[in-house]
Write a protein that binds this ligand. Structure first.
Ligand SMILES: Nc1ncnc2c1ncn2[C@@H]1O[C@H](COP(=O)(O)OP(=O)(O)OP(=O)(O)O)[C@@H](O)[C@H]1O
Length: 527
């Protein structure tokens, strides 16, 4: 029995070994007044110590490999790495750095950025502070075969969260990562901070490969995550000083640095409040302060101003800008606020379905992907006659078309009319304005506004694609489940109508049968 326990119970090996060591000594103390035992007395086979201790080592070894295997399964990588890491030969990373996923019809700016990073020459070019090359992340999910036939294998669904992303962030630059929900921004961030392992690709932070020099990369990095990783019963001041010590700041400087951050973020009055009592905006400011401690070369900010009032937001923006402008520090920012991206980012990239759709300065994106200009006109109210208003609107349409030949009317609410003007129609702003001034008199225009498309409009155009593709990708099984649900409902409707006539119907069985299928469909809502 002793041997069986040694084999099946990992803890028995350790505790059994200790127990038998003690037993050898206790036995000897019964027979000798002053027991003098040598190592060989303990390590006799019949003392039952060797086998449990041997098995303890075996358990440690296989549990180690099991943990490594589970880690690789969860965070990505090659399962061969589980054994390879023991040899410690060469770099640990086995994640393929190359990515063969060819993205068709890639935007020319995205392709230019890709070739800039791929052809980066360390001898000639200055190194970007963050370099992301061919990054890909797949999430897999095993869907159990819910049928009776055990021979049908489980299906494995793969979700590509990030597809062949390549970009670099320069010192002094804030790089914005935008995209609708589920576009892959957080997954990209998680791969940069090594929270998730990539399926393919390479990330370097301040010149350190995050796979092979993780500790160095971490020292060069500050991270302000989306959620607030604060301790409830620790004060604002204590948070800053604790993180400062963890970031390697000398204890003599900690007090001064804490005061500096409290003052510069205007949170001095909350210095002695517990984190759980802070408002959402103050928590975000504190998280930002924590990410900046220790002068990191790279700061990753995941929606830093969420929950802040407009005044605090603008103050934080000023602080962020001054922390990066003219320095060698680079930042990556994800946000859902387009004005934040416009205010802070030197360049932005918009991701859709895991793929980078465009990249460049916000002005470049507006110029290339915006819908040109928007003209909003408000006509004066002359009478209550709707026919007369219609005539005036038609006249205005003709006039606008005369000035901007390919313009389109977008909306018309009473006297307010909005036109979309393609970029190509506006060759000179001066000509456009003088024509509009003439029209103002002619058509009794009360006021008009003429503006360029905003980043928000550009974003919405891309966000629409994500939705469309999501609908295209709709899981076949989900469609089947919806159809089954519809069949179930119609069976129930028929059942109800028959119940009143017959009091009994076998349609009940049909409906329940179909409902059962709907309750546990072999559906993946995962993709
Ligand atoms: N651990 C995971 N397992 C499976 N799928 C995941 C996992 N994490 C993310 N995904 C999927 O990957 C895709 C990208 O998710 P991600 O969180 O990166 O998007 P996001 O752009 O950050 O969205 P949000 O703006 O809502 O934060 C989504 O479809 C998501 O469902």
């Amino acid at each position: 029995m002793h041997y069986v326990f040694c084999i099946i119970d990992p803890l028995y090996g350790v505790f059994g070994g200790i127990y038998y060591i003690d037993r050898v000594y206790t036995r000897a103390s019964f027979t000798q007044t002053n027991p003098q035992l040598s190592v060989s007395d303990y390590f006799k086979w019949d003392s039952n110590i060797i086998f449990p201790l041997l098995m303890a080592f075996v358990h440690v070894a296989w549990l180690y490999f099991l943990l490594r295997y589970l880690e690789v399964r969860k965070y990505g990588g090659d399962t061969k790495d589980v054994v390879g890491c023991v040899k410690k030969k060469g770099p640990v990373s086995v994640v393929p750095e190359t990515n063969d996923d060819v993205i068709e019809d890639e935007d020319e700016d995205v392709a230019t950025e890709r070739s800039r990073i791929i052809n980066w020459n360390p001898a000639v070019d200055k190194a970007p502070v963050v370099m992301v090359k061919g990054l890909r992340k797949e999430f897999s999910k095993r869907i159990k075969n819910s049928g009776f036939c055990k021979k049908v294998p489980d299906t494995v669904k793969t979700k590509v969260a990030v597809r062949n992303s390549t970009f670099g962030v320069e010192g002094g630059e804030v790089f914005g990562l935008l995209g609708p929900n589920g576009a892959g921004k957080t997954t990209t961030m998680n791969m940069i901070i090594a929270e998730e392992g990539p399926t393919n690709g390479k990330v370097t932070v301040a010149g350190f490969d995050i796979r092979s020099s993780l500790s160095d990369a971490f020292q060069a990095m500050g991270y302000c995550p989306q959620h607030d990783p604060l301790w409830d019963v620790i004060t604002t001041k204590e948070h800053i000083s604790t993180y400062a010590i963890m970031r390697g700041i000398h204890p003599i400087d900690v007090k001064g640095i804490t005061q500096f951050f409290l003052k510069s973020l205007r949170i001095e009055e909350h210095a002695d409040k517990h984190a759980k009592k802070l408002s959402g905006g103050t928590k975000r400011k504190l998280c930002y302060a924590l990410s900046m401690l220790g002068k990191p070369d790279v700061v990753l900010m995941d929606e830093p101003s969420t929950g802040m009032d407009p005044r605090s937001k603008r103050y934080l923006w000023d602080t962020i800008s001054s922390c990066f402008r003219g320095t060698e520090r680079g930042g990556i920012l994800t946000t859902h606020y387009m004005e934040e991206a416009d205010a802070l980012c030197n360049r932005v990239a918009i991701m859709v379905n895991g793929q980078m759709e465009c990249i460049g300065s916000t002005q470049r994106l507006k110029d290339r992907h915006g819908k040109g200009y928007v003209l909003e006109v408000k006509l004066q109210v002359v009478s209550n006659d709707s026919a007369e208003l219609e005539d005036r609107v038609e006249g205005l349409d003709e006039f606008v078309q005369g000035v901007f030949p390919t313009s389109e009317r977008m909306e018309c609410f009473g006297e307010r009319i909005t036109y979309k003007l393609p970029q190509s129609d506006v060759t000179s702003l001066a000509t456009a304005f003088s024509a509009l001034e003439q029209g103002k008199m002619q058509f009794n225009i009360e006021e008009y506004s003429f503006s360029q498309s905003t980043l928000e409009q550009v974003f919405l155009e891309f966000a629409k694609r994500q939705k469309e593709e999501e609908i295209d990708d709709k899981d076949e099984e989900l469609v089947k489940a919806e159809a089954a649900k519809e069949r179930s409902n119609s069976a129930r409707r028929r059942l109800n109508s028959q119940h009143s006539r017959t009091g009994y119907s076998n349609l009940g069985a049909e409906a329940d049968d179909i409902t059962a299928q709907v309750k546990k469909p072999a559906v993946s809502t995962y993709l």
